[in-house]
Ligand binder design. Structure first.
Ligand code: NAP
Ligand code: ZN
Ligand code: ZN
Length: 358
């Protein structure tokens, strides 16, 4: 495929990228159409897109809701190449970012509170939702361009590196949200379960907020990195002695594990009134013993993404503090190999696709 700029035919914009055509299928080159710009729409030429574990869950049909073909990708950064007649927030040539959603009803309680990801009508996801204006689906960021309503486009500082900022559009906002909501900061002991794409950004954010951070990992070879990333300590979960030293000591635990694991084990590490926020989305149910919540008056909460306002706040915070993801940049042709490596935990810590290789 050529990496030439988009072409416009009739009322649609020609796009190309990589798609999974069926459950369990590998990603392959795919041509499709996007809607022509409405008055408030922005056309972004995509430069980089991160690979989130959610893309892999979706492509594999692990959440039981996938609709094929899927062009995954919701950690998107690029440059504005065209704007609709009523666009106020962006001009051509500006950097721009798109995360997990590209629309919502704007009227429900969640939307009014700026938490569009929780829209009562269901947000329009960046990929896999209905594309109401032209029929078919929304397609994500493993592609050359995207058309998005300006209300769902984020500003990216001119100072930051584009490739390593891309993962913040999902991994950043998803971990910033529970840290903000549960008030991580100085004097707070914060645990991060799983040092993957989300987990490593959570460590950077929580330490930048001033919290005392501990990483819980199943991978011995990540301990050194955890400390380099800003954690005060890292505990290998299978080390029973080390785990015993952590009992009843945490104010907040952010659990990013992507597979089924022992939630009670981590609840036992919370101090009285401590909170645990689940952000990982394993495909099978997790079990919780009621005693793990009742003893210690613990809260087990969930947290999903962040609204547009909080996502912008997170991006500005990261630009100010010099926070971005640790990435391995790959050409798009290596995407299937990268998926296999994410599942094996063999990435430090986020793959980002260089879209100029399309
Ligand atoms: P990732 O890069 O693959 O990281 C997941 C980490 O989980 C791994 O690095 C590993 O860390 C740990 N892990 C894997 N298998 C485990 C097991 N069997 N037991 C315990 N820990 C295990 O994935 P990610 O992109 O960070 O995403 C993490 C999860 O969050 C995924 O399920 C994803 O779908 C979900 N997610 C949710 C939201 C939301 O809105 N809530 C948003 C984005 C992603 P160690 O090697 O350190 O143990
Ligand atoms: Zn994601
Ligand atoms: Zn809504």
């Amino acid at each position: 495929m050529s990496s030439k700029k988009h072409a416009e035919t009739g009322k649609r914009i020609d796009s190309f990228g990589y798609a999974a055509l069926k459950e369990g299928g590998t990603l392959e080159p795919f041509r499709f159409k996007r809607r022509q710009l409405g008055p408030k729409d922005i056309l972004i030429d995509i430069e980089y897109c991160g690979i989130c574990h959610s893309d892999i869950h979706e492509v594999k049909g692990e959440w039981g809701r996938s609709r094929y073909p899927i062009v995954p990708g919701h950690e998107i950064v690029g440059r504005v190449s065209k704007v609709g007649s009523a666009v106020k927030k962006f001009s051509v040539g500006e950097k721009a970012g798109v995360g997990c959603m590209v629309g919502s009803c704007g009227k429900c309680e969640a939307c009014k509170a700026g938490e569009e990801y929780d829209c009562a009508k269901g947000p329009v996801w960046t990929y896999g939702s209905d594309e109401k204006s032209i029929g078919g689906r929304t397609y994500g960021g493993y592609s050359n361009n995207i058309v998005v309503d300006e209300g769902f486009v984020l500003k990216i500082s001119n100072k930051v590196d584009m490739a390593s900022t891309a993962p913040l559009l999902c991994a950043g906002t998803t971990t910033y949200s529970p840290l903000k909501y549960w008030k991580a900061g100085p004097g707070q002991k914060v645990g991060v379960v799983g040092l993957g794409g989300l987990g490593h950004v959570a460590v950077k954010l929580a330490s930048a907020m001033g919290a005392d951070v501990t990483v819980f990992t199943t991978s011995k070879n990540k301990v050194k990195d955890a400390l380099r990333l800003g954690a005060k300590r890292a505990i290998v979960v299978s080390d029973k002695k080390a785990m015993a030293t952590a009992i009843r000591s945490f104010d907040l635990i952010v659990d990013t594990a992507s597979a089924v694991h022992d939630v009670d084990l981590f609840l036992s590490l919370l101090r009285r009134n401590g909170k645990m926020a689940l952000v990982g989305l394993p495909s099978k149910p997790l079990s919780v013993a009621p005693f793990s919540l009742v003893s210690g008056h613990h809260v087990l909460a969930g947290s999903g993404l962040g609204g547009i306002r909080d996502t912008q706040e997170m991006l500005d915070f990261c630009a100010k503090k010099g926070i971005s993801a640790d990435i391995e940049l790959i050409p798009v042709q290596k995407v299937n190999e990268a998926y296999g490596r994410v599942v094996k935990g063999d990435v430090k810590y986020r793959f980002v696709i260089d879209m100029s290789t399309l």
